[in-house]
Design a protein around this ligand. Structure first.
Ligand code: TMP
Length: 238
């Protein structure tokens, strides 16, 4: 499938038109940002890792009944996906306290919750993605109640499937961010990506961080962490 005009460039991906109005091509970059774009850098090889890992996980989720935007991987960095209108919410599921949950509520990282939590942020870098509840999202016409209920149900299913999957790779799925989109007929599908950029992965034995927190917190070993996650997902030959 041929790439047409560039439709959009985000912080980590570009989106191109195709000859089919219902499909677009996503191209993953090595660019990394943190703090709503304030901190900028490059993580060598990230585009390819995130593309391949995200596609692998989206296919696993499809097999487990979660509809996604995934259509076909074209090459290391590029994938055909269904064209969606992105729901302007960042949907965050947490199993263990970390990051903004720990700083916001003044608790240590590493508390294992009895049940996963869900929260929504408004996708708006200028406003620093403010936290909002379902009523606010409906009031702002970001989503309808039916869409919010569907998104919650899908997000918890994603958590069950991926938590179990990663534990077999000796990885704790601490938390993650999902984005959803609407197809032309209004169907909600899982969109964006699932990768070390959008998930916290801790080694289940050592609690070593194997995700973008190494970049956000200037810990070093960023590329190695992404490669290690790739190795666990795809096997030693990676
Ligand atoms: P947080 O603790 O910073 O709110 O992050 C929760 C999860 O969401 C974590 O796995 C990282 C992911 N995340 C993103 O994918 N994009 C973002 O812009 C932020 C702030 C977090």
């Amino acid at each position: 499938m041929e790439k047409g005009a560039q439709l959009y460039e985000g912080k980590a991906k570009k989106v191109f038109a195709t000859a089919d109005e219902n499909l677009v091509i996503v191209s993953y970059k090595d660019d990394a940002t943190a703090n709503d774009g304030e901190k900028k850098g490059t993580i060598a090889g990230k585009g390819s890792i995130n593309n391949r890992m995200s596609n692998h996980l989206m296919q696993l989720l499809e097999e487990n009944g979660v509809p996604t935007h995934f259509v076909e991987e074209l090459n290391d960095r590029e994938t055909v996906v269904k064209k969606v209108e992105i729901v302007a919410l960042e949907v965050i599921i947490r199993n263990i306290s970390a990051g903004h949950f720990a700083s916001r509520y003044g608790v240590p990282e590493g508390i294992v919750f009895e049940e996963p939590t869900i929260e929504f942020s408004l996708k708006n870098d200028d406003l620093h993605d403010p936290l909002l509840n379902s009523y606010h999202a409906v009031a702002l016409k970001v989503a309808t109640w039916d869409e919010i209920n569907r998104i919650k149900e899908m997000a918890f299913t994603v958590n069950r499937v991926l938590s179990e999957y990663f534990l077999k790779l000796n990885v704790r799925l601490v938390d993650f961010k999902l984005e959803f989109g609407r197809l032309a007929d209004g169907t909600i599908v899982l969109a964006d990506e699932i990768s070390p950029d959008t998930c916290r992965f801790w080694d289940a034995t050592t609690n070593e961080k194997l995700d973008k927190d190494r970049f956000r917190r200037d810990m070093g070993g960023v590329e190695d962490a992404y490669r290690e996650m790739m190795r666990r997902v795809f096997g030693k030959e990676e």
